[in-house]
Design a protein around this ligand. Structure first.
Ligand code: RB5
Length: 151
C-alpha cells in the first residue's frame, strides 16, 4: 500500500517510528513533513495528505499531531476523506470494517506509543466489509455533493 504521512511539531517523533514500521511491513511511505520540532501549523500538513488520498496518489494516509484532533478535523474538510482518530484497537478495527476510514490520525501526546503503534497495525491490516456499509458511506458522500442545498 502507498501511504502518505505527515505530522506537526508535536507528532514528528511518532511519525518517524510509524514510517519505519510501515516500511518494514512492505508499504511505501510518502513523508510529507514536518521533520523538525520547530512549531508549524497542523492544517497545512493535514491538507497535503488529505489531498494526496483524495486524488488517489496515495492509498491511505496517517497524520500525527499532539492529540490527533486538529489533523482529523482538517482532513475531513477534503472531499472523499474519512479520517478517524481511534483510541482503542476496537475503534481502529471498526473504522476500517464499517467506515472504510482512509486517514488515521494519532496523538503523540495523548496515546502511549505502544498503543498508537498497535492501533496503526490493526488499522492497516483490517479490510472494509462493504455491503450495507457502502450504502451508508454513499449517504456521507451525498452530503459532500449537496452541502450548500442542505444548509
Ligand atoms: C500543537 O500544540 C497542538 O495544538 C497540535 O499538535 C494538535 O494537538 C492540534 O490538534
Amino acid at each position: 500500500m502507498k501511504l502518505a504521512l505527515a505530522a506537526d511539531h508535536a507528532g514528528v517523533e511518532l511519525k518517524q517510528k510509524i514510517i519505519k514500521r510501515v516500511e518494514a511491513a512492505g508499504h511505501k511511505a510518502l513523508d510529507m513533513g514536518t521533520n523538525t520540532t520547530e512549531s508549524v501549523d497542523y492544517p497545512a500538513y493535514a491538507v497535503e495528505v488529505a489531498q494526496a488520498v483524495s486524488a488517489g496518489s496515495a492509498d491511505r494516509g496517517v497524520l500525527v499531531c499532539g492529540t490527533g484532533l486538529g489533523m482529523c478535523i482538517t482532513a475531513n474538510k477534503i472531499s472523499g476523506i474519512r479520517a478517524v482518530g481511534p483510541c482503542t484497537l476496537e475503534q481502529a478495527e471498526m473504522s476500517r470494517r464499517h467506515n472504510d476510514a482512509n486517514i488515521l490520525c494519532l496523538g503523540q501526546r495523548s496515546l502511549d506509543e505502544e498503543l498508537a503503534l498497535a492501533i496503526l497495525d490493526v488499522w492497516l491490516e483490517t479490510p472494509f466489509e462493504g455491503g450495507r456499509h457502502s450504502r451508508r458511506l454513499g449517504l456521507i458522500s451525498d452530503l459532500e455533493k449537496n452541502w450548500p442545498a442542505q444548509r
